[in-house]
Design a binder for this molecule. Structure first.
Ligand SMILES: Nc1nc2c(ncn2[C@@H]2O[C@H](COP(=O)(O)OP(=O)(O)OP(=O)(O)O)[C@@H](O)[C@H]2O)c(=O)[nH]1
Ligand SMILES: Nc1nc2c(ncn2[C@@H]2O[C@H](COP(=O)(O)OP(=O)(O)OP(=O)(O)O)[C@@H](O)[C@H]2O)c(=O)[nH]1
Ligand SMILES: [Mg+2]
Ligand SMILES: [Mg+2]
Lengths: 300, 279
């Protein structure tokens, strides 16, 4: 199903006998509104529309001329919509949900803004890699700031039967590096660092993440982002990426009705893939990312 | 997007960039522009500075809803219910608000109404310590309405004049969870006349257009909310979604969250907000 913006675009192109460039521009205006309402980044939307325009002006106009004289399998309007959908899927792919496991004890570092779902997702990921990738995870409580953050991770670890490494040292860098040592002793092969939520513009806390990265060289650094995030998605993702070189994203709370346009923006701007999506508060509600599902959702 | 030819295209583009990147949204931006174009002459609109200042004023007018201090004497106790989707800052805001109200001389109790999420009660308990307020909690997995009810009775017994109730984060699309919220409201009303006297919807400033759905559906479910708290404004997000929300629901933004510390809660000031939107 299409959002009303795409339906309007389709209508504009169905209503004319022969499609010309300015008909395409009218349809693109409708698509633009739809993408902005879906929280796609302002500049990403602009670039997307320019690419669609290039293709459409060639193919759709030609198809429209053909259609004037005989029946065609796909109407010009339908072809325009399929160009949009293809371009959207192309923006979100290729699919790469792999995690890197190179060392004896591998590490996955979860980072992101406050409240995005890192702690919950860290636990979900532990369950996922244990049950579907035969890994032996250990959860690491590296959030020393938020009240009861360590308790929260311990409760989740307990529910899953996954060990949780924690200290009362208040030293996230030490906690993560000592966790890797402990992991070896416990026979665990993958440490998942749950870090504190932080603003991308908080220099002190961003430095802390850089130090954890320096000390422990995690093979995976995943930005956990709330699917309902708006235009701030690109600002945040690009700053986290600039500082840490992310390996991928996890988009949470997609069980709601947020359109999730941020998914497009962060992939486009950083080039990193979306690996997983959070589909609920339950620890089994983590899925591997598939672009076609999200493309349809952003289209409406 | 804005079809009228009255305004210079590159001025329009500049205005669009400011409005959209602040999460003001297509419909609201269009409505703002329509209103400004109706009231200002073409000659004035051709001056970009004038256009921007007219838009700013229009936004400020929308946001400047009356929002007096809570009239605590209305309640015995005065009950504030904190609601919103997951992770927006409800629990943290309760800690900040309780501390402020305590410093203003009130006797505040917190109700640990999130009986669902891991360590939610422990988290509120820490805030209780920081604010110097007692936290009323139930058994694990207890009925949230029952905890709020108990907190209200405890307030009467201890002469506490304010109860602030925490609730579990929930997506507005989850019908059974919204039903639970309605039930909490009904039970609170049984606890004391007029409760809950304030229903505050907590919105995260980084949220995009989905905030509009959140506000509408939470408001509908509870027959109206009395205020909004906009959190995480200390980040780079502008929180522009509240312009459309305020315009439509006529609910005031009462407070803004500007950090994770107990002091980081301010009264909402429309003019400052608009300045920040355009900076
Ligand atoms: N509906 C839904 N809720 C989610 C999802 N992921 C996380 N949550 C909820 O979102 C809220 C925040 O999750 P947390 O795991 O505490 O988020 P966080 O990023 O660790 O928060 P900070 O540590 O404070 O930055 C909780 O209520 C979670 O249950 C999801 O995919 N769907
Ligand atoms: N920077 C910043 N962070 C905030 C603000 N308000 C809350 N937070 C942070 O946001 C995260 C989530 O806050 P909570 O109070 O747990 O949010 P919640 O709505 O109660 O979450 P759930 O109960 O899981 O739905 C925590 O890390 C808070 O410290 C704010 O104004 N600014
Ligand atoms: Mg956390
Ligand atoms: Mg909470």
């Amino acid at each position: 199903t299409l959002s009303k913006g795409f339906r309007a675009a389709k209508r504009k192109l169905s209503g004319v006998a022969e499609i010309h460039e300015d008909d395409i521009d009218e349809a693109l205006r409708e698509v633009r509104m739809s993408l902005l309402e879906a929280d796609v980044d302002f500049k990403v939307t602009k670039n997307f529309l320019n690419r669609v325009r290039e293709k459409a002006v060639g193919e759709v106009v030609r198809l429209s001329a053909k259609a004037k004289n005989r029946k065609v399998k796909v109407t010009p309007a339908e072809h325009f919509i399929s160009i949009c959908k293809q371009e959207l899927e192309h923006l979100m792919g290729p699919v790469d949900t792999s995690l890197n496991y190179e060392r004896h004890v591998s590490a996955i570092m979860m980072v992101g803004l406050q409240g995005s779902g890192k702690t919950t997702t860290a636990a979900k990921l532990a369950r996922f890699i244990r049950d579907f990738q035969a890994r032996k995870p250990i959860l690491v409580a590296a959030d020393v700031y938020r009240p009861a953050a360590i308790d929260q991770l311990k409760v989740l670890g307990e529910r899953l039967g996954v060990p949780v490494y924690y200290e009362d040292s208040g030293d996230p860098i030490g906690i993560c590096s000592r966790a890797l040592e402990t992991a070896k002793d416990k026979g665990c092969d993958t440490a998942i660092f749950d870090t504190a939520g932080r603003l991308a513009i908080d220099d002190t806390l961003m430095n802390e993440l850089e130090k954890i990265q320096e000390k422990t060289s995690p093979e995976n650094i995943l930005l956990v982002s709330d699917a309902m995030i708006g235009q701030d998605a690109v600002r945040t993702a690009s700053e986290f990426n600039r500082r840490l070189e992310l390996t991928g994203f996890i988009l949470t709370k997609l069980d709601g009705d947020a359109r999730g346009g941020a998914a497009l923006s962060i992939k486009e701007v950083t080039g990193r893939p979306i690996k997983f999506i959070g589909m609920g508060e339950g620890l089994d509600q983590l899925e591997e990312f598939r672009p076609d599902g999200l493309a349809s959702r952003i289209l409406g | 997007i804005f079809g009228r030819q009255v305004i210079e295209p590159d001025v329009l583009e500049e205005l669009e960039e400011v409005l959209f990147t602040a999460d003001i949204g297509v419909k609201t931006a269009q409505a703002l522009l329509d209103r400004v174009q109706d009231k200002v002459s073409t000659k004035k609109l051709s001056d970009p500075k004038r256009l921007f200042s007219e838009i700013k004023q229009e936004i400020e007018n929308i946001l400047a809803l009356p929002s007096e201090d809570f009239d605590i004497s209305r309640g015995n106790p005065f009950v504030i219910m904190m609601i919103g989707v997951n992770g927006t800052g409800k629990t943290t805001t309760i800690g900040k608000l309780a501390s402020q109200l305590k410093e203003a001389g009130h006797n505040v109790l917190m109700a640990a109404g999130d009986t669902f999420r891991a360590a939610a009660v422990e988290q509120l308990a820490v805030w209780g310590e920081r604010a110097g307020c007692d936290v009323i909690r139930g058994a694990e997995g207890a009925d949230p309405g029952a905890v709020v009810f108990d907190a209200i009775q405890a307030a009467k017994a201890r002469d506490a004049d304010i109860v602030i109730a925490d609730t579990a984060g929930r997506l507005h699309t989850k019908v059974p969870l919204m039903e639970e919220l309605k039930k909490i409201k009904r039970v609170a009303a049984k606890g004391t006349t007029g409760a809950p006297h304030e229903i505050l919807l907590v919105l995260d400033a980084t949220t995009g257009q989905n905030a509009i759905n959140q506000a509408k559906i939470f408001s509908e479910a509870l027959d109206g909310i009395t205020g909004i708290v906009l959190t995480k404004l200390d980040g780079t997000a502008k929180g522009g979604v509240i312009v459309g929300i305020t315009d439509e629901l006529k609910v005031p933004v009462r407070f803004i969250g500007i950090g994770e510390g107990v002091q980081d809660l301010r009264r909402f000031k429309p003019r400052e907000f608009v300045q920040a939107l355009f900076s």
